[in-house]
Design a protein around this ligand. Structure first.
Ligand SMILES: Nc1nc2c(ncn2[C@@H]2O[C@H](COP(=O)(O)OP(=O)(O)OP(=O)(O)O)[C@@H](O)[C@H]2O)c(=O)[nH]1
Ligand SMILES: [Mg+2]
Length: 406
């Protein structure tokens, strides 16, 4: 629906993205309808005339599903389904379906189911009687409860169970992150389908799935990336963002996004070929603000330059974003530059210096192993000289050891 303050062009764009989402979930789009209206109708969302026009079309064609780009109230969905006799979902429901379809790991599955249940809870109707079976038969109908109340109770119980499971996952995750402490961490982020996983695979030996689909990636993959002597960073690839990412999903994917939250650097990948790359960029920035990650250091990377027809655009972008890099992840264009930049950024965190150790206590050398990389080693009759490189965060510890064995 085109509402006040929106242009028709903008709405058409949103619909073409909705089509891509529908395609990803396996639906074929037969027709799209647009209505201009100052505000939605409380009962049917659209105006009466429009609903009738759509209904007529539905009856003349074999349609299985109506998808709305805007979020509908549970009552609006029920009313339209009743009138047309056809299943109705909104953008949020569609995105949740895709996530459910693409969830592979246990953690992703739990996160998606949690988001789905939170979304469907207020939308439960009598048709949900199969629920008691789905939830594994726990809790039979209590005294004086209607089926609907029983269903709601079952869903709430399931939600509590899934939340507990997520806490366990996030505790495990925390232990793993503790173990990785000390290394510089960069996280690939960006709009869905921008090429984050392609870049991940191009830079590391990760074998992340790449698809010309929305939300191919739902989990976080982390790999080591060696950039130079003593400079290894951790690179992570994770779930993409989209306009109006359902808030239930954002809340559920807390654990998946934790690596991004703790990263030292966000590598923001943008598909420069997409006609809406600008609004994608803004959407990602907005989501980062919502997630309180907007103060993190960022590196903007425009991807898919190999397909770019309009070379004037590159010149324009170079002026607008002087710090940005231009690459093709699939053709390996500009990756050397990107690695150089990453090396620079990571190096800012390190210091190199020479340490002189009393030869008598030469065995102290091993004390530096967990804290620093030894670049060079030499000795004379009295001393052992070590050139070491270390994270500035370890400076105090290094100083203490150096002072003790001088
Ligand atoms: N022409 C061209 N295509 C690319 C490039 N990088 C990625 N692609 C294609 O873009 C599509 C999406 O790539 P992915 O790496 O799966 O994108 P993603 O950002 O990980 O997407 P999600 O995980 O779904 O959010 C795939 O069809 C890739 O082959 C590039 O540099 N040039
Ligand atoms: Mg991906």
């Amino acid at each position: 629906m085109v509402q006040r303050g929106q242009s028709r062009w903008e709405v058409e764009d949103h619909l073409s993205e909705l089509k891509a989402l529908a395609q990803t979930s396996g639906a074929e789009t037969v027709h799209t309808f647009i209505q201009e209206r100052s505000s939605p109708d409380p009962a049917f969302f659209l105006g009466k005339g429009k609903i009738e026009e759509i209904n007529e079309f539905l009856q003349d064609n074999e349609i299985d599903l109506i998808i709305f780009d805007d979020e509908l109230s549970p009552a609006q969905v029920r009313n339209i389904e009743k009138l047309t006799g056809i299943k109705v979902i909104d953008r949020t429901g569609l995105i949740l379906d895709i996530f459910a379809l693409h969830a592979r790991t246990n953690m992703a599955k739990v996160q998606v189911e949690l988001a789905q249940l939170n979304y469907y809870l207020p939308r439960l109707t009598r048709q949900w009687q199969h629920l008691s079976r789905q939830v594994g038969g726990i809790g039979t109908k209590g005294p004086g409860e209607t089926q609907l109340e029983t269903d709601r109770r079952l869903v709430r119980k399931r939600i509590a169970h899934l939340k507990e499971k997520l806490v366990r996952f996030s505790n495990q995750d925390m232990v793993q992150r503790q173990n990785r402490k000390g290394l510089f961490r960069a996280a690939l982020i960006g709009y869905t389908n921008a090429g984050k996983s392609t870049l991940m695979n191009a830079l590391t030996d990760a074998d992340v799935t790449i698809e010309d689909q929305l939300f191919a990636t739902l989990d976080t993959t982390i790999r080591r990336l060696e950039l130079g002597p003593g400079t290894t960073i951790l690179l992570s690839d994770t779930v993409g963002f989209i306009r109006k990412l359902p808030h239930h999903l954002v809340a559920s994917f807390h654990t998946t996004l934790s690596e991004t939250r703790e990263a030292d650097l966000l590598i923001h990948v943008v598909d420069v070929n997409h006609p809406n790359y600008e609004s994608h960029l803004e959407t990602v920035e907005r989501l980062l603000r919502d997630l309180n990650m907007d103060r993190k250091k960022q590196l903007l990377v425009f991807n898919k330059v190999d397909r770019l027809q309009n070379h004037g655009l590159l010149d324009q972008l170079r002026i607008l974003y002087p710090e940005a890099l231009f690459i093709s992840a699939s053709r390996h264009i500009g990756l050397h530059h990107l690695k150089q930049r990453l090396l620079q950024l990571a190096e800012d965190r390190y210091e190199i210096r020479e340490i002189k150790l009393n030869y008598q206590s030469g065995a102290a050398e091993h004390l530096f192993y967990p804290l620093a990389t030894i670049l060079e080693k030499s000795s004379d009759d009295h001393y052992l000289y070590l050139t070491i490189k270390y994270d500035k965060a370890n400076k105090t510890k290094i100083n203490r050891i150096a002072a003790k064995y001088r």
